[in-house]
Design a protein around this ligand. Sequence first.
Ligand SMILES: [Zn+2]
Length: 491
Amino acid sequence: MPAAALAPEVLAKYEPVIGLEVHVQLLTATKAFCGCANHFGSDPNTNICPVCLGLPGALPVLNAKAVEFATLASLAINCEVRERSIFARKNYFYPDLPKGYQISQYDKPIAEHGFIDVPTADGSMKRIGVTRLHMEEDAGKSLHDGFPDSATRTYLDLNRCGTPLVEIVSEPDIRTPDEAFEYLTRLKEILLYTGVSDCNMEEGSLRCDANVSVRLRGAEKFGTKVEVKNVNSFRFVRLALEYEIERQIEVIEAGGRITQESRLWNAAEGRTYSMRSKEQAHDYRYFPEPDLPPLIVSPEFLAEAKSKLPELPEARRARMVAEYELTPKDAATLTNSREFADRFEAAAKTARNPRRVANVLLSEIGGRLNALGLEQEQSPVSMAGIVQAADLLDEGKISSKQMKQLFDVCFEKGEDFPAVYEREKPEQITDSSALEAMIDQVIATNPKQVEQYRAGKTTLAGFFVGQVMKATKGQANPALLNELVVKKLEG
Ligand SMILES: [Zn+2]
């Protein structure tokens, strides 16, 4: 945090303006312009060739799968896909970029004018504009530590050279660090649903730079912006923005001016540092890439991509809220990942009552997993097991109390529901005459409740069911018991 914490009324005078640039590696089998494997974690400098190293005379050939993935990502964030886009050379020198330039897109990117809707603090949705999505290739990696002589040498791993990327640039529509966090969360979720990237931030598949400035509330003109680079988690983006907003306000309040610059986030110290000016003198001298023709996305290619677009998280949540009568929060839990939502829906379809499957999953399984601090994948109970339990409950073959007991055993022993049910199948009293005798007994000892029931308070049926259940230690067949209680009381 800045040296002196600023008073809330000082902070309130200013409005932050934030824009985000997100680099996303595409999950293609091979690189953007050559046949080298696009694979994280290989031995250094093993997935390289003259093309991705930029050796003289080597010519790039565009990977069609990268175009398909870029198109899918563009459509998923509501962008207009340009029929004819142009690759350009972005020239700069860096040791991990032996070519001396990156192939990117400049004034004619593949897609523009999109948006992402994000939830705000008051529960409404806010639309954040997406300026553009363009394709480019990644550079290699400088390894500054991990070697005996790392103090004096830097090593280079060029495997990443030529990895296909899309860069997604937002409009400066974001006003708080929380909105930035939500935007990134939604963007990642959408990209994961489309399957174009694994969005693994630890491996650098998704990287974020943030542009931030502050201005007096009500002012038209943007303040001078600062670019915060090298932020490798969404939580850090939020922290870096909080820090940077306060820092800028402090400078302005002290009568100073903000310098347009790039700053690095240092997570260990919780602050940003100015990068040396040499590292930020950007003049990329873009010019059209002479080795690649214009990229044409034909109407047929676009239609094909559209047909491959899955139902996206927001739409899926809305549908599931309606279809399974879920709260938005429960729908969010079930749609956390596309794979999980798919598994749930496939299973729910086979059940007698899909809504009951959702309930059992969320309350019984979810509750136990939460209590144990486990992830869904670590649950001993399979989706098929949940469906079986829900069906048994629905058919009245087990009571909810028995179901809870069976799930307790599943979690204690780490066994799936079908095995536990088969072994510990609860005894059930399905003998009508035995149940009727017990109901008669309860009716006889509770005349007041019988009177109230017959006067119209029919919800009291539950009281009689409960009494008999208690007497049978929960072993009465619930469906049969319900039926008999009503019959007796009405009779
Ligand atoms: Zn290569």
